[in-house]
Design a protein around this ligand. Structure first.
Ligand code: FES
Length: 268
């Protein structure tokens, strides 16, 4: 970097930082690979550091400037040279840089919001619960103590949406967590084990527990399917239920969280 680094190069670095920040935010929003988001963030840092260094260089007075000896006397201060007052190093390009960092600052929040919202399944508000044969279920179709595998209507082959619908006895409903997520004793959880993704296929009505046959994780249905033994550390995501005007069970939205183990459906 020479002493007379062209200002256009500094501006190019600032613009590069701004564009890279926008790119990083966009990449995070569309769930691009973390390597791309990180690479763009690194480019923002590098380009901004370059621009700052160039600016500092421009502001630095040359070492060989000497003030000539003069007779000391009271005299009016002369105005600063025009090139000092007009140095445009803090011009609008630095507003772009500030904007770039502001955008970059929201990248983690964008990524968090995107991760927190969808579970990656087809469950949406108003989706009817249907059997694997596509038959919609009413609130009293399932016998108390019963269990049924259900899917969102129109998506019976979507494995990620596989859900267990259970109907709890009234004495269990009274002490259950998230009672407002149930409807008439019906309660629904993701069937995909949060340990390694096996189907949670066994229901023990006597203890109101779900068992995963792969590594014997046990989930407490009454307490929002939290794991009570085995290797799973996270509860089965729950589906809030309601009924539509025709009396069919529907989801009030997506699952309470991501389905399956942490690595489920994430390839990058
Ligand atoms: S996959 Fe369910 S306990 Fe391991």
């Amino acid at each position: 970097m020479g002493d007379d680094l062209p200002r256009s190069l500094t501006r190019a670095a600032v613009v590069t930082a701004a564009l890279a920040a926008l790119g990083a935010a966009l990449a995070a929003f569309v769930h691009a690979s973390p390597a791309l988001v990180g690479g763009l963030a690194a480019l923002v840092a590098f380009a901004t550091a370059f621009a700052l260094a160039a600016t500092a260089r421009a502001l630095h007075a040359p070492d060989d400037v000497r003030e000539p000896r003069t007779v000391h006397a009271t005299r009016a201060l002369e105005p600063l040279p025009g090139d000092v007052t007009r140095r445009g190093v803090f011009d609008r390009f630095w507003l772009y840089a500030a904007g770039a960092f502001a955008v970059l600052g929201i990248v983690p929040f964008v990524a968090l919001a995107r991760n927190a919202a969808p579970s990656g399944t087809k469950w949406r508000a108003g989706a009817r619960l249907v059997t694997p044969d596509g038959v919609a279920l009413r609130a009293d179709d399932l016998a108390v103590g019963g269990v049924e595998t259900v899917f969102p209507e129109g998506h019976v082959s979507d494995y990620d949406s596989t859900t267990l619908l259970l109907r709890l006895p009234s004495d269990a409903v009274g002490g259950a967590d998230r009672r407002d997520w149930m409807h008439d004793g019906n309660v629904a959880f993701s069937k995909i084990c949060t340990h390694a993704g096996c189907p949670v296929a066994l229901y023990r009505q006597a203890s109101l527990e779900l068992y995963c046959p792969c590594h014997q994780s046990v989930f407490d249905v009454v307490h929002a399917a939290r794991p009570v033994s085995g290797p799973a550390t996270r509860a089965l995501p729950q589906l809030a239920l309601d009924v539509d005007p025709e009396g069919y069970l529907i989801a009030r939205g997506d699952f309470s969280g991501p389905i399956g183990p942490d690595s489920w459906g994430r390839t990058a």
